[in-house]
Design a protein around this ligand. Structure first.
Ligand code: PEP
Ligand code: MG
Length: 309
């Protein structure tokens, strides 16, 4: 059934002038793959692996992880699947990874920092991913969450390669990564921007906290300007820069992101159709014009208005 779904025709995401913008799905379990393909996903731009770990009292074995990643990759023959290494922290504590209480978990030992402190868990996950890569014909890309500088990027890329992964990248969720975009794109095979966390950290506003929720808006020109730095570094190095945060699911913002140099968009599968339709209404030149206007805004609301023309 999965194979039948995966071979259904997929219209590639593209702008009005034919510029391709692959439209990918954010998934949280292999079970969601068939539905995503049905809704037009050309591949997976963010596979969150936390589901394998969250209910466990010990880390899942390499065998169990291999089976799960293989199931995912088999649903996307010949297609790109970007898997994120475990993103845990004190906000979602795992007894076998990090159980220390932290006052500010978003600023603590989370993402790559937590994995690095328990390196065997990371090694096992990357080894399982390499097994799945070698057992299927999907194109597996693997990235690490919460990377903050080039040293962490180099650490993760080297470990991924040591364990047999072919394509290894960094998520851009911490503003320092955008400031250092040239260095990071030199070291990584690709970057994927997590706009949810990038917005949270840029605006210093907890994304879970209602009282500061007005700051959690990826249209904010401060966020757009960081995306632009990453887009420019991607163009300079010829490496892909995707977006896999919620921003990609907003059709008008998706156009602006492409205008800032983003090359792929990944989102909840239910958002794919609207984004696909909107991209088809603009050329790359028009997308760049909208982006150029949006980054001059003084607020998120103004950026929305300026992009609309
Ligand atoms: C993000 O931060 O934008 C992201 C895609 O990761 P998550 O929402 O899982 O933190
Ligand atoms: Mg994130």
């Amino acid at each position: 059934e999965r194979l039948a779904a995966a071979s259904a025709p997929i219209t590639d995401g593209a702008l009005a002038d034919g510029t391709k913008v692959p439209l990918l799905a954010n998934l949280g379990s292999p079970k969601e793959a068939a539905k995503a393909v049905e809704l037009g996903a050309e591949g997976v731009g963010l596979f969150r692996t936390e589901f394998l770990f969250l209910d466990a009292t010990s880390a899942p074995t390499v065998e169990a992880q291999t089976a799960s990643y293989t199931e995912l990759l088999q649903a996307f023959p010949g297609r790109k699947v970007v898997v994120r290494a475990l993103d845990a922290g004190a906000d979602k504590p795992l007894s076998f990874l990090n159980d220390a209480h932290e006052e500010n978990p978003a600023l603590g030992l989370r993402g790559i920092r937590a994995l690095r402190a328990s390196e065997q868990i990371l090694r096992d996950q990357l080894a399982a991913l390499a097994n799945a890569q070698d057992a299927t014909d999907a194109e597996l890309w693997v990235m690490a969450p919460m990377i903050a500088d080039v040293e962490e990027t180099e650490y993760f890329v080297a470990l991924g390669r040591e364990l047999g992964l072919r394509t290894v990248g960094a998520m851009a969720e911490v503003p320092s990564i955008a400031v250092l975009a040239d260095q990071v794109l030199e070291a990584a095979d690709f970057v994927s921007i997590g706009t949810n966390d990038l917005t949270q950290y840029t605006m210093a506003a907890d994304r879970q906290l209602g009282s500061v929720s007005s700051f959690q808006d990826p249209w904010h020109p401060a966020v757009l300007r960081l995306v632009k730095l990453l887009g420019e570094a991607g163009a300079a190095t010829g490496k892909p820069v995707g977006v896999c945060g919620e921003a990609a699911a907003d059709p008008a913002l998706a156009v602006v992101l492409v205008g800032l140099g983003v090359t792929t968009l990944s989102m909840s599968p239910s958002a794919l159709a609207d984004v696909r339709a909107e991209l088809l209404t603009v050329t790359l030149e028009e997308a760049r014009e909208r982006a150029a206007r949006a980054i001059t805004a003084r607020s998120a609301a103004e950026a929305r208005g300026l992009a609309a023309g």
